[in-house]
Design a protein around this ligand. Sequence first.
Ligand code: F0G
Length: 464
Amino acid sequence: MQEIPLVPEPYKIKMIEPISLLPEAQRKARLKDAGWNTFLLNSRDVYIDLLTDSGTNAMSDAQWAAMMVGDEAYAGSRSFERLEASIRDVYGFQFVVPTHQGRGAEHLLSKSWITPGQYVAGNMYFTTTRAHIELAGGIFEDVIVDEAHDPRDEAPFKGNVDLKKLEAFIQRVGAKNVAYVAVGCPVNMAGGQPVSLENLRKTSELCRRHGVRVVMDGARAVENAAMIRAREKAYLGKPVAVILREMCALVDAIAVSAKKDAYVNIGGFLATHDAELCEKAQNLCVLFEGLHTYGGLAGRDLEALAVGIREMVQDEWIEHRLAQVAYLGARLEAERVPVVKPFGGHAVFVDANAFLPHLGPEELPAQALAAWIYEATGVRAMERGVVSAGRDAKGGNRHPELELVRLTLPRRVYTQTHLDYVAREIGALHRRRASLPGLRFVKEPKHLRFFQARFEPLPIKIAA
Ligand code: F0G
């Protein structure tokens, strides 16, 4: 077997939270109660929770200490000043509007910059991002490179914008009809695939030539920076802090869910070099989030975030994170579980089409696989396929080429033994895959249906 590199945790544990594995009969019952949707399971019924890395991180002692000095003033709190200073230093943006989480920032941005009927081009959709673009009257156009759609293509930067597609798109609809170009760094739905600095620079230049603005979705920008440092020749070994600043200098604004990179449990922000956008967003902030110096967050949350932002660019943290994801991926590969390559920064994505080849798209392979993983192992994962993609304007199901189950690693939470358990048990499930049935919808909510939909199992197919 190929040797798996070990990077020991750069921390030790000083507080624990007990977890336990329910017996299989109870897991079966809980899954049924949850309508075979892992979002509807109760946390107490989950053993290892790989649903998301969003807000599920362990904070450092320095972050906890900072919470004690949170300034809870309604207006102009010292904690906001500290957050603003962190964002200016680490990301390099002058103007900062805090929000309760990432979608709050997406909302302010979409409402500020989209005139109904305008387009937003981006490197693959993200669920909440596209929902806010559409709520503001915008139309999303995907301009990601083709290899992003192939789980087995090992190109290092499968998150890149396809510059030819983007140029052709702008020519076709006209620059004035493009509200902005949104670059996800990295691309969550493609498997956490990064964008190279060269591609971001060329995207930015192309947009400038046409007078089109560029926005970065920076939920996991530090992971993108770390993958640039590991994979892009001109940046090999450079500090992630330097790479992140270079990325941010190429865009007009950044919308950030701080619940990822910055190790906090809640928070987000919009940051920009553009004073006019800041003013618009601050004004909308008071309607939807709270005053523009707290944006729906407590002073103590602003403090934890201010410290987390400075921690997140320390190389040893991010190095360990990428190593942990690669470790889980390599262990799953050793069990012959089909996974998306190369590994991204936040999760290992299982290719549900390859895992359950006997199921057609209407049998919702990734939704079903996430359910059967919970039933068999107590591990909670998330569907990222046809259910997440939702319906198009005409009401038909969108059919993304990628039908994936995401095993997402919270930061600084699980140990190597937990990951060994996950790989071993999913490996065992894979060996009995032929008997696993698909699912069908029994309840389908209108917005972001994957969160609240309910399903039921289809009859088991007898293999031919
Ligand atoms: N952009 C990206 C790329 C995200 O992954 C997320 C959230 C958001 C924006 C929205 O941020 O949740 O703070 O409002 N992703 C979570 C996930 C939910 O599990 O991938 P939010």
